[in-house]
Design a protein around this ligand. Structure first.
Ligand code: MN3
Length: 228
């Protein structure tokens, strides 16, 4: 091999590497705790399959969708989900479903914590909850009712709406609040993959359980950051 051949080969390798890096911009974040950290409310096997298989699949499929459309290179997930209507029609549904799935789950893992570490909302969030819903109990009842009422797969959400107000809403499938100009604070996943191994058809039992492991510290900090 001549020096020139080597340089060409090295350059081709560098390009191949950068193309590969550009083709898979999204990665699965590690769980911020052990699989069994949310026991007995959420079981370890559910957490493992939910994170390692379901969330990984959203990430992989999102990367495939982005790789198929060069105009999307370099865009953040927030940007993609906030501007669905501007996306090429060929990838819009995939970004909505797979990108929504990635974003929703990344937030979800961070909004949960072992029950032994749980603290209730504090600071500005606690005040906003009292002002908007009357009490923490009433907020939780509204969120549970919203999540329980999802027909099929979807999420119950505590959102910060366009006017900076707290709101409880449900959305189907993996739809993102960002796509309607709202911002997610806390999502309750009511896809069967989130609870079926332990709770089977008993969604209300799962909903009662999950509020023992909501990371209100994280949600409070997120609210302070977003409500500025
Ligand atoms: Mn899920």
């Amino acid at each position: 091999m001549t020096r020139r051949d080597w340089i060409q080969l090295a350059a081709a390798g560098a390009i191949a590497q950068s193309v590969q890096a550009a083709a898979a911009p999204f990665t699965l974040p590690p769980l911020p705790y052990a699989y069994d950290a949310l026991e007995p409310y959420i079981d370890a096997q559910t957490m493992q399959i939910h994170h390692d298989k379901h969330h990984q699949a959203y990430v992989d499929n999102l990367n495939k969708a982005v790789a198929s459309e060069p105009s999307l290179a370099g865009k953040s997930l927030d940007d993609l989900l906030s501007n669905l209507d501007a996306l090429p029609p060929a990838v819009r549904t995939q970004i909505r479903n797979q990108g929504g799935g990635d974003a929703n789950h990344t937030l979800f893992w961070n909004t949960l914590t072992p029950a032994s570490k749980q603290k209730m909302p504090s600071g500005k969030l606690a005040a906003a909850i009292d002002r908007t819903f009357g009490s923490q109990d009433k907020l939780e009842a509204a969120l549970k009712a919203s999540a329980a009422g999802v027909f099929g797969s979807g999420w119950g959400w505590l959102s910060l709406d366009k006017n900076g107000k707290l709101a409880v809403v449900s959305l189907p499938n993996q739809d993102s609040l960002l796509s309607s100009g709202n911002r997610p604070l806390l999502g309750i996943d009511v896809w069967e993959h989130a609870y079926y191994l332990k709770y089977q058809n008993r969604r209300p039992e799962y909903l009662a359980a999950i509020f023992h492991v909501v990371n209100w510290d994280f949600v409070s900090a997120r609210y302070e950051e977003m409500a500025r």
